[in-house]
Design a protein around this ligand. Structure first.
Ligand code: SF4
Ligand code: SF4
Length: 445
């Protein structure tokens, strides 16, 4: 019986055209290194310049230089939601570029691997006469020492996102591990050290939920790194596997959960195939069957990732959301005034034969200079504050909560519920808040 045997693959002979082929200046490894350095600088700078910090002891949220108080929870909530939405939108359009290019975990994991390799080279060079066991010990101690110092620094920066950096430095210098800030710093240092000394990229495939989220967010038009070999000329050099920090073979599938779409294998294959005068077999592409990244035949908006209505909607939402947030931040008053009636007692009648209603007031100066809030009454004849002066001075960052009374002469002809307004004018911003209130009079019989 004749059996159909599969036709053997005929691999075209590849002439070696250029042994000294070098990668062009633009390569993904180089791009990643530049972005990693920029991200590191941004990561360090954000909390120090109040661009982003959730100051837990002071209960303040800093975003782009704006100081939000915890009682402005709505803006804080929508700011965080916006950041999450932007990360999700990036994932929909550009796949795992966050993992490969921006994620601090990935950046520091790769940096610790590079550091280890450099230390190994250094020790092998300068301690060549020592036995292998001694060299291994020197390497280990040197790597752990450098990672230890790096972990203290990284933990310090990380905790600075939650505690004011100068305050934190004081705790660090006094070796404080008793207060919450100091204790958190010590724990984060240990975790950081364990992470970058031992766990590294294993974190991405075991602990981090973002990689798994990708499977839900990506679709047929999402940017992926993929292997395409129409001429079947792969030389099986396996360089693409050797350079991959995640230890996978991209030729199996572009949708492996470990793949962070970093593009290192693209460069590796480009270097190997370049020596044969061929183009890389691994590319960035818009989906498994989509066009290659940078394909000149595509329209400009397709080239930046707007490839269907869904992506257009995502862009529009980011634009509208971002603009609304910016407007909300610019419109917020630096002095917060809240006034509400205290209805525990509807009214009281004073010895001076006047009727008194009680109100609760909260004032908060969220600005950087001293502020004054002046109250006035509008629409309630003969009304007056039971205060020495309805004017309050607030230092920067000061909050004031108190009750005050408003009185009107008792009159049998008056009505029970009187609508009126309390105006609060704050300087130096000259902002005016108007509160619609009611004044309760005794019920006439
Ligand atoms: S680097 Fe390119 S040629 Fe080498 S094994 Fe990978 S895909 Fe094949
Ligand atoms: S397979 Fe390629 S793109 Fe994916 S993680 Fe490995 S090197 Fe990066």
């Amino acid at each position: 019986m004749l059996v159909d045997t599969p036709k053997p693959k005929v691999r075209k002979k590849l002439p070696v055209v250029n042994k000294d082929f070098q990668l062009e200046k633009f390569n993904w490894h180089r791009v990643r290194r530049i972005i990693h350095v920029l991200c590191f600088l941004i990561f360090v700078a954000l909390p120090f310049f109040n661009v982003m910090r959730f100051d837990i002891p002071r209960q303040r949220f800093y975003i782009f230089g704006n100081e939000l108080w915890i009682n402005e929870f709505a803006i804080i909530f929508f700011s965080l939601l916006f950041l999450m939405f932007v990360i999700a939108a990036i994932s929909i359009m550009y796949g795992r570029v966050y993992c490969g290019y921006l994620c601090p975990q990935m950046i520091f994991s790769e940096a610790s691997i590079n550091l280890e390799e450099r230390v190994k080279t250094f020790v092998s060079k300068y301690f060549a006469k020592r036995s292998m066991a001694v060299r291994a010990w020197i390497q280990r101690i040197a790597v752990y020492a450098v990672l230890g110092v790096g972990s203290v620094f990284l933990a310090f920066v990380f905790i600075s996102y939650f505690v004011e950096p100068r305050d934190l430095l004081g705790r660090l210098l006094s070796l404080d591990i008793v207060t919450a800030g100091g204790f958190a710093g010590a724990v984060v240092t240990l975790i950081t050290f364990a992470d970058f000394a031992f766990l590294r990229q294993t974190f991405c495939t075991t602990v981090c939920p973002y990689g798994y989220l990708q499977g839900i967010l990506g679709d047929d038009h999402t940017l992926v790194v993929q292997y395409r070999d129409p001429e079947e000329i792969c030389v099986e050099c396996k360089k693409c596997i050797r350079v991959c920090h995640m230890g996978i073979d991209i030729r199996k599938s572009p949708y492996q959960i470990e793949c962070i779409h970093c593009g290192e294998c693209v460069d590796a294959c480009k270097l190997i195939m370049g020596k044969f005068g061929k183009d890389t077999l691994i590319h960035y592409a818009w989906g498994e069957k989509g066009e290659l990244l940078g394909d000149k035949k595509m329209k400009w908006y397709q080239r930046i990732g707007v490839r269907d209505v869904k992506r257009l909607a995502v862009f529009a939402i980011i634009l509208i959301y971002g603009t609304s947030l910016a407007v909300a931040l610019s419109l917020r008053h630096s002095v917060l005034v809240q006034i509400a009636p205290n209805r525990a007692t509807l009214y009281r009648i004073g010895d001076d034969n006047r009727v008194y209603n009680t109100f609760r007031m909260t004032l908060a100066n969220r600005g950087k200079q001293e502020a004054t809030v002046k109250l006035s009454i509008d629409g309630l004849p003969d009304a007056r504050f039971a205060l020495d002066a309805p004017e309050f001075k607030l230092a920067s960052g000061e909050e004031l909560k108190r009750e005050f009374e408003i009185s009107v002469p008792k009159s049998d002809a008056g009505i029970e519920v009187n609508h009126f307004r309390i105006k609060a004018v704050a300087t130096p911003d000259s902002t005016e808040d108007v509160f619609e209130e009611t004044f309760i009079m005794p019920v006439r019989r």
